[in-house]
Design a protein around this ligand. Sequence first.
Ligand code: IPE
Ligand code: IPE
Ligand code: MG
Length: 243
Amino acid sequence: MMAARLEHVAIIMDGNGRWAQLRNKPRTYGHIKGARVAKKIITHAANAGLKNLTLYAFSTENWLRPHEEVSFLMLLLNRYLRKETDNLVKKNIRFDVIGEITKLPKDIQQAIENTKKLTARNTGLYLTFAISYGSRQEILLAVQNIAEKFKNNEIDKNQITESLMTSHLMTSQIPDPDLIIRTSGETRLSNFMMWQASYSELYFSETLWPDFTEIHFDRCCQNYFQRERRYGRVIGKNEESFV
Ligand code: IPE
Ligand code: IPE
Ligand code: MG
């Protein structure tokens, strides 16, 4: 049995710094190339008819990087939003963000709101940027909000279900990722979608993000389609015995 559908691809875009270092350039050079690659992959995914693409662009822990690098990443993000919004509108891409947005500089928060608003009615690719995002922080926030509702007698204990939890996460608008790709050879999640990734297929690519192309993306998807997603069951056997 083949993995039938691929509705949501998430990418941990890693390796910009190493890519630049290999060329004796500052890490920022890698981030510039990385942003260009992100743009290409977004267009490719939209053209291919993918429903959801999530890009991990900046983690909660990335705030701990040197101030100059953080500022540069913010600058790139700001530039991307200002330059690309028209394109997103034209390509019918809907833009969204998950993460602690209030930690971002005010001008970027405004640019995000503006892009979200202008693309809100688009029906093509649902593009989510994870910025200042951390899965543990997201889960804690959900638990705090649920606890508040419990305290106010809005919900009972037995109403705290998986679906209630899911609806309190920042990803409540999108399905769980079917496929999570991480580039650069690192094999960890680094605080990315730990609740949502319970049954995601993981693909670890040795390619550094600035070298990643549409061909690599297609290869990851083809690999996904060859996998069997069992969700703990014995595929085939269950149907034979119980249907
Ligand atoms: C990914 O590349 C981009 C961000 C995390 C913002 P890195 O900057 O982590 O590059 P490496 O992993 O140091 O090579
Ligand atoms: C994960 O990459 C975050 C993003 C790609 C945005 P990192 O480079 O920050 O992860 P670690 O530090 O290697 O785990
Ligand atoms: Mg990294």
